[in-house]
Design a protein around this ligand. Structure first.
Ligand code: SME
Length: 160
C-alpha cells in the first residue's frame, strides 16, 4: 500500500477535513510512536507548507526535540519557557501572532514569525507538545486550533 496523503481543497478548513482522516488512518496501521509522529509532522508540513512542524517530548521534566520537519531547532526547552514551555505549563493551546511580541519566545530560527503550540494531554498530564511555526505573521487561527487539537487528542488516546 502506498503511504500517500492527498487533498484537493486550497481552503484551510477543508484541507484539515480532508487530511485528518488520512493521517489517522496512517497512524492506525502503525504502533510505533516515533514513526507516527514523524509522519504527522511530514503530512502537516507538506500539506500546509508550514515553515516548521514538530513535536517536543516531555522527558525528565524538560521538553526534548522529537520528530519534526523543517530547519534544525533547539533541542531542549524548560518548563514554562518559550511558547512550548508555557503551553506545557498552562496545559492549553497557545497561538502567537507575532513571536517578537511574546515575552520569552525562544527563537530557534529567525525566519519564524507566528506560532501555535498544542499540548498532548494523557490522563491529565502533558506528555508532549505539537509546535507549528510559520514565516508569516498571524498565520494561525481558531481553525488550526480546532483541528490540531483534534489530532493531539487522537495521539493522546492512541498512546494513553
Ligand atoms: N519558538 C518555540 C521554540 C521551538 S521552535 O520554534 C521550533 C518556543 O518559543 O517555545
Amino acid at each position: 500500500m502506498a503511504h500517500e496523503i492527498k487533498w484537493s481543497s486550497t481552503k484551510k478548513e477543508e484541507k484539515y477535513q480532508e487530511l485528518l482522516p488520512q493521517i489517522k488512518a496512517l497512524m492506525e496501521g502503525e504502533p510505533d510512536i516515533v514513526a507516527n509522529l514523524a509522519n504527522v509532522a511530514s503530512a502537516l508540513h507538506q500539506a500546509f507548507g508550514f515553515f516548521w512542524v514538530g513535536f517536543y517530548m516531555v522527558k525528565n521534566n524538560e521538553l526534548v526535540l522529537g520528530p519534526f520537519q523543517g530547519p534544525v531547532a533547539c533541542t531542549r526547552i524548560s518548563f514554562g519557557k518559550g511558547v512550548c514551555g508555557k503551553a506545557w505549563k498552562d496545559r492549553k493551546t497557545i497561538i502567537v501572532d507575532d513571536v517578537e511580541k511574546f515575552p520569552g519566545h525562544i527563537a530557534c530560527n529567525s525566519a519564524s514569525r507566528s506560532e501555535i503550540v498544542v499540548p498532548v494531554i494523557q490522563n491529565g498530564i502533558v506528555s508532549m507538545v505539537l509546535d507549528v511555526d510559520s514565516d508569516q505573521l498571524a498565520d494561525f487561527d481558531l481553525t488550526d486550533k480546532i483541528y490540531l487539537e483534534q489530532l493531539c487528542v487522537f495521539i493522546a488516546d492512541k498512546y494513553a
